[in-house]
Design a protein around this ligand. Structure first.
Ligand code: GDP
Ligand code: IMO
Ligand code: MG
Length: 436
């Protein structure tokens, strides 16, 4: 082992940590990243777009972060929106304004890669038109234009910040795209878009974000060489991954840790910790299979106590019991070596709580990876029922202060997923967390 590797294993300060949602998103990534960022030099978003909504609650207030990394609140940390992220410039500018108004200095602290692809007005319109046409078979997207923008990226029709930095190139590329897109829009019953209107808007956007645009690779490379503490902010969740999620009820980007290589230019072997994050129960927004979904009053309790409404769209989230089968798969495929459980306090009022131990089809045990999406709609979740604690755990910071039944619930999760838990979150605020 070379010296830097030895130092990395003995010192938690020098590390590259990646946070991965292990369910269908909204696990509390923003909360954990804001907490962990107190020790980080750099926080990086490397995929997805403003379909993400990461809530941060700290001394500056409550923020819904859609594009700017949630570690930005740590004054000592820089934040990078790396090349794998697709940008809605209006949302980005709005977020910059909100942070600056809250007193967060962004100058020389926020860097945006010129390689980022831009979400164009036709992407958002197409997203909605595709959903309307699919009717009952729709994905239930956030409507932010994510799928169409990534589709243009991989089919060589994308427009990047690089292009927007040169008015002539941008205009030429936009002209070509409107030749294609206006035909599609018209044929789907949409209204054609006018080049001049888009140019005017986007040139204005560009002048606002120009000071932040800078190739991020040299800074990241230097940071790795300096053994800095780097936090990679995964978005969404494993089961929304375009390859490994419940396709087609997924998002357009890849979510697994390997994505940091193409999405941020970080060599994959540099990762020290893959930190998985899971709610103490399960939620999902949009369509698709959800084996442990609840439809009774328990669901209403989770929605109301957990404020389970989408951070990005405000849609009510579907809710269900903790699903060990999903988390076991997430641990295996991501190489997760630390796990955080959030929103334990939301379960405070239940008399009994269920944990799904495995799935069955026709009395045979099946695993997530063995079946396709259609089959996942039909599995029977098998549950173990535990006694609830019926006491307030909100804000508890020491494990010893948890009620006996809450400890038993945590122990059962550990037993089912085959891993010790490293963090238990007990409230929205940064400091409401138990470190184990
Ligand atoms: P993300 O997308 O993974 O960052 O999660 P979201 O921010 O979309 O949704 C998580 C919600 O749960 C947010 O409103 C958080 O403030 C909140 N939250 C996170 N952890 C906890 C916790 O331990 N307890 C409670 N009560 N709320 C939490
Ligand atoms: P964070 O990072 C929850 C879901 C959408 C929809 C599907 C496809 O906050 O956890 P898209 O707009 O991406 O084309 O929609 O993916 N989805 C999320 N659900 N949290 C997210 O992000 C999500 N990002 C995408 O609800 O089902
Ligand atoms: Mg979210």
């Amino acid at each position: 082992m070379i010296l830097s590797q030895i130092l990395n294993t003995i010192s938690p300060v020098m590390a590259i940590n990646i946070i991965i949602g292990t369910q269908w998103g909204d696990e509390g990534k923003g909360k954990l990243i804001d907490y962990l960022a107190s020790k980080s030099d750099l926080t990086i978003r490397f995929h997805g777009g403003n379909n993400a909504g990461h809530t941060v609650v700290n001394q500056y207030g409550e923020f819904a972060m859609h594009l700017i990394p949630s570690g930005i609140f740590n004054k000592g940390s820089k934040a990078i929106i790396a090349n794998g992220v697709i940008l809605d410039l209006e949302v980005l500018i709005n977020e910059i304004d909100i942070l600056e108004k809250a007193g967060i200095k962004l100058d020389k602290r926020l860097l945006i890669s010129p390689r980022c692809h831009i979400i164009m007005p036709y992407h958002r319109i197409l997203d909605k038109l595709y959903e309307d046409i699919k009717g009952d078979n729709k994905t239930g997207t956030t409507g932010k234009g994510i799928g169409p923008a990534y589709a243009d990226k991989v089919s060589y029709n994308g427009i990047r910040l690089y292009d927007l930095s040169n008015k002539k190139i941008f205009s030429e590329k936009l002209k070509t795209q409107l030749l294609i897109k206006n035909k599609i829009l018209k044929s789907l019953g949409g209204t054609p878009l006018i080049q001049k209107d888009i140019e005017k808007k986007y040139f204005k956007f560009f002048s606002k974000i120009k000071p932040f645009i800078h190739e991020s690779f040299p800074l990241i490379e230097k940071s790795i060489k300096n053994n800095d503490n780097i936090l990679l902010e995964g978005a969404h969740g494993v089961f929304l991954d375009n390859d490994w999620g419940t396709y087609p009820f997924v998002t357009a980007s890849n979510i697994l840790p390997g994505e940091i290589n193409s999405g941020a230019g970080i060599p994959p072997q540099k990762i020290n910790n893959v930190i998985g994050i899971s709610k103490a129960y399960t939620t999902r927004v949009g369509q698709g299979p959800f084996p442990t979904e609840l439809f009774d009053n328990n669901k209403n309790i989770l929605v109301e106590r957990g404020h389970e409404y989408g951070t990005t769209t405000g849609r009510e989230r579907r809710c269900g019991w903790f699903d060990s089968n999903l988390i076991r798969f997430a641990i295996r495929i991501n190489g997760i070596n630390k796990i955080a459980i959030t929103k334990l306090d939301i379960l405070d009022s239940f008399k009994t709580i269920k944990i799904c131990t495995h799935y069955e089809i026709d009395n045979n045990k099946v695993n997530y990876e063995d079946i396709g999406t259609e089959c996942l709609f039909k599995v029977k979740p098998v549950y173990k029922t535990l006694k609830g604690w019926e006491q307030n755990t909100n804000g508890i910071k020491n494990y010893k202060d948890l009620p006996k039944e809450a400890k038993e619930y945590i122990n059962e999760i550990e037993k089912q997923i085959g891993m010790r838990i490293s963090y238990i979150s007990t409230g929205q605020e940064r400091e409401n967390i138990i470190k184990l």
